[in-house]
Design a protein around this ligand. Structure first.
Ligand SMILES: [Fe+2]
Ligand SMILES: [Fe+2]
Length: 182
């Protein structure tokens, strides 16, 4: 099955202004939701946290999804924003450290169902985002593959920043996620 490594600068899906506004409104609601704001407390990579990371993944996923004529942008947006909605800090719990990779997608699905009543399609995106780390949870939808790939690209970029650059990254990332569509 094909994976999607895409030139991010080309867009083929035409969005009406109405659709764009609808997606932006959903994005903004999540950005300011008090439950979602809790992700700021979860550290992630150098110069990032779970909140910044998740909205960065959402922006990149939507940008890449616009290359496809039929990708479900609503599923991608929710799946990306909630893909790491596990709400615990694995660094402070040695037991959790051992199981974090396989456990956190399941925990994120559980939390997202409880707090946002997400659809099975969105659950699939969240559950499979760690593939191939979780080899049995294959992302077998276009939406799931787009988010899984965007997550990897953002992880690599965030993890590769130096400690000295960390503070600057925070500032840049907060500016970057202010809006879904620049
Ligand atoms: Fe994750
Ligand atoms: Fe992630």
């Amino acid at each position: 099955m094909a994976f999607y490594f895409i030139n991010d600068n080309i867009s083929t899906m035409k969005l009406t202004d109405e659709r764009k506004k609808e997606l932006e409104d959903i994005y903004q609601n999540f950005l300011h939701d008090e439950k979602i704001l809790k992700m700021k407390e979860i550290p992630m990579h150098r110069g990032s946290n779970c909140y910044l990371h998740s909205f960065r993944v959402a922006k990149l996923s939507i940008k890449r999804a616009l290359r496809h004529k039929e990708a479900d942008l609503f599923v991608i947006l929710l799946g990306a924003i909630l893909h790491d909605y596990y709400l615990y800090d694995w660094r402070t719990d040695r037991e959790m450290l051992k199981h974090h990779m396989s456990y956190h997608p399941k925990k994120a699905v559980e939390n997202a169902i409880k707090d946002f009543n997400i659809s099975p399609e969105v659950q699939k995106v969240i559950r499979t985002h760690m593939w191939p780390g979780n080899i049995r949870d294959w992302p077998n939808t276009k939406e799931a593959r787009i988010v899984s790939n965007a997550d990897k690209a953002i992880c690599i970029e965030e993890a590769s920043s130096s400690k000295a650059y960390k503070a600057k990254r925070y500032e840049e990332y907060y500016l970057e996620i202010e809006k879904l569509f620049d």
